[in-house]
Structures are given as C-alpha cells and as structure tokens.
Write a protein that binds this ligand. Structure first.
Ligand SMILES: [Fe+2]
Length: 420
C-alpha cells in the first residue's frame, strides 16, 4: 500500500504508531509504545479506569532512537504501566496541545483454569492490500481480545536498503488494532534486518527498538524469547533465529521455563515461534527441522497444547503427531499419532508482499489435517480448562465464515482424541 495511505496523525509532534503488549507476567501490566516524530517530549501517558475517570494516573516512557543506514528514527517511547485491575477497561491518552490522542484497552482476567479468553492469531502480515484485508477481517470479528503474532511484521527488508520508513508506515497501518489490544510479538526472519552490505551488522536492531516485551519477568535474558500468563493460557515465545542448541541461553531458559508451568492455574500451554516445526509445503523446506529435533521431546513430555508458527505463506493444521523415536540408526523417522503431542498450526497467511506459498507436497501427508494457500487469520476461543474452539477465516469469505474449524481438547485435563 502507498505511504500516503497512512499519513502521520494531525497535530504538532503527534504520537503515532501506537501499540500495546502485555507488560508483566500475569496481565496486570501493559507496555504502551509510540513514536513522536520531531521532539522527545512529551513522554507521558495518562490513564484511568473507564468506570472511574476522575482518578487519572500517569507514567513516563523511556525514550529510544536508532540509526539505520541513512535513516534516523523518531523518538520511540515505551512506558510500562503496572498493577492494573484485572478485567477492567482503561482509557489512555498521549500527546499534548493539538495532538492529544486517546485510546483504550481491557485488561485480561486473573490467570485461572476456567476463565474464558479469545485470542486472534496472525502472521507474516506485511503491508499490502491483502494485509489490509486480513487486519480488517480480524477486526470485523468482535471476539479477539489479544493477538498472538507469529512473526514477520513490516517486511521493510524487502524494500531498497531495508527502507526503515516502511517500519513507520506499518506501525501506522496496524495502530487501529495494536493501540487497543495487546499483540504478543514473535520475531521472524524479516525482523533480522541484518545487512552487512550497507554497514548494518546488528541483528533485530529495528524490531528490538520498536517492539518491547516483558522478557525479564520470565527470567529470560533476551527479548527474543519470553513467556507470559494471560487468562487461561501460558504462552511461551521462542526465537527461530537465535541459538537454541544445547547449552545456548534459549535452550537453558526453555528447559527451566517448562518446569514452571502450572496447568492448574493456566491449563492451556501454547508455544509460538516463526519457522514451523511441522509443515507440508515445499517453501521453507526443513527450516524448522533442527528446532523440532531439539525441542520436540520436551513439547511432548510437557503436553503442549498448541504450537503456533508462520513463515510459510499458507495455512496448515496438523494432526497430533510426534517424531521423537528416531535416533538416526533405527529407521523410525516417520511421525506417528501421539495423544501427548500438540497440534501444529501454520498461520503465515497474513498477506505480505511475497505472495502465497501455493506449492504443497503431494500427496498430502497423513499428519496434515488441513492445508490451503489462502490469506487469512485464526481465532482461538478458550472456553474452559478442557475445551477451546478454533477457527480459520479466509479473507475472501465473510467474517462469520470459518473454512477450517475444530474443537481442541486440553492435553492436561482432557487428553482425548478430537477426531472421534
Ligand atoms: Fe518468515
């Protein structure tokens, strides 16, 4: 889409590219982020409960800037507000003078086994007309309360010299959702912006300046992998593009992290990463394979419910399968049905500039339950500790239509076969 479709908001030094994400471990914190184009200040966020507008709180942002080749960023603000009430609508306000902008969000319920909560799932969004269709389609469905975003945000790196203004335009494009509900971020390959040919050697530089996450609260040493609890879900975000082999920081953190999950508090254990561990498309063949080999035994041992990924620009849902018997010499290299295994979802169909991955392997393998190269998004409606209803929505259909839908049964509380 042209840059002119997403101009800066009106007013002097108006705050723009507003986005929020969870700001603490359990959902009582929010990180509010925005950019001011010309001046550092104001760097204040004013916020209040919808039911008590007389009691206004304030928080100040930390301010960051970065340079990338010939681009200098505006002032990037990240303000963490904490100790919010659960299940409560808040308004917040940024800017001053002729550039005051007001938004709102609703905090999640206190983590607990039977609190319903609905997530949207979007990946590989980019900034094309198809991206616009995906985002509009997601927003037309009133159910989604937070977005699990599986990586590849702006695709700025597909433009000459990794045109950083594309990151700004993307921030303005998605603001109509990201300012009002938290998007839980995962880093994809298009976040790397590693370009030694133009003197840019620091992987993830733009992404890490622009998108902050509460990684320290989960004992992580990197914003590229972290976890949160939100309502009935324990969400672990991994990085496909950081070291994950034995002894690496990510490996050590993930090993310790899985032991912390209490399914009595958060029954639904969800992993997110960018490159899928199971997929039957010819695009990005084997790119998630080394992570699968290393982490799949834990994924099955800890009865992860769902593994969300993107990267392949198509939609796919797996059966519950595992492939952990294989030891190189025993010949048992075929996935088998496994009721302790998760369902693997590939939602790389957000609509980016690279187009669809319409080249599946044939025949469709038995472990692939549904696959289709269409743009869309998914909705995960967690009902209680045993059941979640899941739907995938293609852009070409009305919002109410689900092309793929299924009930997921919780692996800890109700580990039955969903296909019966
Ligand atoms: Fe990708």
């Amino acid at each position: 889409m042209p840059a002119t479709a997403f101009p800066s908001p009106k007013g002097s030094n108006a705050p723009e590219q507003v986005h929020i994400t969870q700001g603490d471990r359990g959902g009582r914190g929010v990180i509010i982020s925005w950019m001011t184009p010309n001046e550092r200040h104001p760097n204040v966020v004013r916020y209040w409960k919808a039911y008590d507008p007389s009691d206004v709180y304030t928080a100040h942002s930390q301010i960051f800037t970065y340079r990338y080749y010939n681009y200098s960023s505006g002032y990037i603000h990240h303000a963490t507000i904490k100790k919010l009430e659960y299940n409560t609508k808040y308004f917040y306000e940024l800017g001053r003078g002729d550039a005051i902008r007001q938004f709102s969000f609703t905090t999640p319920p206190r983590p607990g086994p039977d609190v319903p909560y609905t997530f949207g799932i979007i990946g590989d969004l980019g900034q094309t007309y198809a991206s616009n269709s995906t985002l509009g389609h997601y927003m037309a469905n009133p159910k989604g309360e937070a977005v699990l975003f599986v990586g590849d945000l702006s695709y700025a790196d597909n433009y000459p010299l990794h045109d950083q203004s594309k990151w700004d335009i993307w921030g303005r494009f998605v603001e109509k959702s990201t300012a009002y509900q938290p998007w839980i971020w995962t880093a994809g390959n298009h976040e790397l912006d590693f370009a030694p040919e133009i003197g840019e050697y620091l992987p993830f530089k733009p992404f890490l300046h622009r998108y902050h996450v509460p990684y320290k609260q989960s004992g992580s040493t990197s914003p590229l992998w972290y976890s949160i609890k939100r309502g009935p879900a324990y969400i672990i975000v991994l990085s496909s593009y950081s070291a994950f082999t034995k002894y690496s920081p990510q490996y050590q953190w993930f090993e310790a992290e899985l032991k912390k999950v209490d399914r009595h508090e958060t029954p639904w254990l969800i992993l997110m990463m960018h490159a899928p561990l199971y997929n039957s498309n010819n695009y990005h063949y084997m790119e998630g394979e080394s992570m699968r080999v290393i982490f799949e035994p834990w994924i099955v041992q800890y009865k992860v419910d769902l593994v969300l990924a993107g990267h392949v620009h198509a939609y796919e849902r797996s059966e519950r399968i595992s492939n952990i018997r294989y030891n190189i010499t025993n010949g048992l290299s075929t996935p088998i049905k496994d009721k302790s295994a998760p369902v693997y979802l590939t939602i790389g169909d957000g609509g980016n500039i690279e187009g669809l991955a319409n080249n599946f392997t044939n025949p469709q393998p038995f472990y692939s339950a549904y696959r289709e190269a269409s743009f869309g998004h998914a909705i995960l409606e967690i009902k209680n500790r045993t059941h979640a209803y899941y739907t995938w929505h293609r852009n070409q259909d009305d919002e109410a239509v689900a092309s793929d839908s299924t009930w997921f049964f919780n692996r800890f509380w109700y580990p039955k076969d969903e296909s019966n």
